[in-house]
Write a protein that binds this ligand. Sequence first.
Ligand SMILES: C[S@@+](CC[C@H](N)C(=O)[O-])C[C@H]1O[C@@H](n2cnc3c(N)ncnc32)[C@H](O)[C@@H]1O
Length: 753
Amino acid sequence: MFAFEREDSRRNYFERAEIILKAAEGWKGRKPIFKPSRASVIYCHNACSSRAQAAETKPNLFSNIAYNEHPPCIAPFDTLEKKYLEDLRLELAHRGSYVILRAVVNPNRYVSISTIAEDENGEVELVEIYNQDDRRLPVSIVPEGQVFIVKEPFFKTTSGGGTAIRVDHVSDIIFLDGEDERIPEKWRPRLRLLARRPLDWKEDGNRFYGEKQYFEAAQCYTKGLELAEPYSEIERILLLNRAQAYLELGYTEKALVDADKVLGQDPLNIKALYRSAVSCYEDGDYESAKARLVKLLKEFPENKDAKDRLLRTFRRLQEQRSGEYEFAKMRNEVKEWGNKKGKLDCAEYVGPVRVGHAGSKGRGLFTTRDVKFGELLLCSKAFKVCHKEAKGARFTILFNFKTRNGQSGTHPQLVQELIQILYHNPKKAKRFYELTSGDYERVKGEMVDGLPIVDSHLVMRIMLKNCFGCARLSALDDPLENLFKDPTEEDKIIAEASPTGRAEGSGIWILPSYMNHSCWPNSVRSFLGDLLIVRAARDIPEGEEITTDYLQSESRVEKRQKLFRSQWAFECQCALCEIETAESDEVKDKREELVEKALKFKVYLKQSLTKVGEGIEPMIKLVKAIEATYSTPEFLYPRVPLISPTHILHTFLVRKERPPDVLALAKGALNGLGFKIQLKGGKLVIERYGYLQFPIISLFLHVITAAAMCDQPLTATLWRDLMIKVYEVVAGERESFFDVYGRSLLEAGVPVD
Ligand SMILES: C[S@@+](CC[C@H](N)C(=O)[O-])C[C@H]1O[C@@H](n2cnc3c(N)ncnc32)[C@H](O)[C@@H]1O
């Protein structure tokens, strides 16, 4: 998140937009003074289409502005009154009304789908349609000539100074097909289509399906179904085909309804049994999937697809019960996703945790029994995740002039994709709607005109409160290489603007969303593809609240609190915040200044070894000076801002071959984070747990490397074993340890078996 005051390449755009939108508030309820001609509106649209096309070839970084929230229409269409474009007034959602429009151009997609549409009087207006499914081409949603209704249209000034009807809520727009009686006479097709039979629609649908155009295929099957004789053979075929198209689209609930309808007529229909089982499987309902597959295999014991699926179902049930996963295989799979979107084939695991009341924090997650350090608390599958690595990931700077804050990342894309899930899977949606939305006032009603009401602003609010920034893998294969990798321009903009300071994707995981924040939490979260893993960062007694660190940042208390207030509307009262708040500004300013200086030393490391030598002594001084700014014992006040500088220092020292210094300093650094590590019974044990997040794993590596270089192989091996244990906690699994650190250990001469 960033403040508008900041120097930014986008500043001009936002400043200009702010002036226009401020002025627009004064025009509320008025007609626009100036209406450009039809020709010029269409000319501007076409110019934008060329720009939008050009933008698709560049990295996708969009700008968007958060508008006043206006709830969706909850009134049925037949209770609304028709209006024309000339009746619309600025900055208003026209409650109780609708407009009927026809697109006069083909659309373009920038942030929204934009088109120019006319009303029956021939007046034209720009229409911005948000939150439609990204997988569809805009032209398949609103082609030239498409007639549509906008319920309770919101008419507004655009950031460029023009006007537009903005459609935020998917349930507010109704696309009419050629046969619809609501289409005005003058827009009806002159030539009526020859009477079509369900079979024709089936064939059209199959053609679309073959071309992987699943929406269009499903639409054709629906048309066929409208004409099909009830209980006929063609009805069954159309239902089965539509179920398959829905499965491809991820509309599992709709697929199940279609397959079950066929089973109602033909209980042993093999395709219906299989497709219904797949719907249940994809929804994580493995018991139902199993029952359906067993039934299928009783009748058709040789069916290979069903046998394979049943085997997979047994594995999922096993994962669900035990929390035992094939992590190594899953990790390799994630690595192979490349720039494709991916989803792991695995179940959720809910360990010794439950949702309960957490006093003034609202709900929270609690342990149901005593838990040991490192234990798996839960593995949650993403409700929806937008990884930045996936092709088509859209990074957007979303600006809110009211709060003067920007939010950047894949969040707007996440909202858009969430909306589509909620719109098409209403049962699944219930779990999402149970998440907190802060003080947002929710509209009453779930369905209108037979369709789910989806309030985009509510989805945005829930997303902002509950989403996690994420990487595809918490542990990258070459961590040291990563330390020196220069961020791309795109990474820099996003990193500056994101709440965590990192350029990352974002996602929603339902159960982890109930975890409240602590700056020194008792759990660690990690990511493996679309799986979020939470492990205990220390021993946790039964009934204790499980906390997570929302920011995972080394920044100082005032900055953290500002973010908590603006994004999550709370003030953190954890022990760390209390101690840090009580410190004087002078001490904190000094520490911050020293840390900033220390971080700059990274530049020496990137250069030659000769340069490294120049960096060592001043860097040691700086680290010592930072340490000296602390007066409270480390087991109460871990030295978190020292993690990065210490890592840099140790890398310096190892490169200049000063292992004894590293050994002493790295052990001291772990101590400085609150850990007490002792040799007991020939093993190293953690006697006191300190601050534990992924970056501290490098401190272990430094101890091991240094011990090996000091000819202390036993010490190196003991620390390696402890490092594996800690790695499991911060990376979620231990199977990848040698993939990630094997090379560094081998180079240091530490055994890797
Ligand atoms: C992701 S939700 C956590 C679950 C939430 N408590 C609930 O009832 O659904 C984030 C919200 O929880 C509350 N919260 C989280 N951590 C908190 C803390 N340390 N102190 C007070 N409130 C907190 C804030 O209201 C925040 O907006």
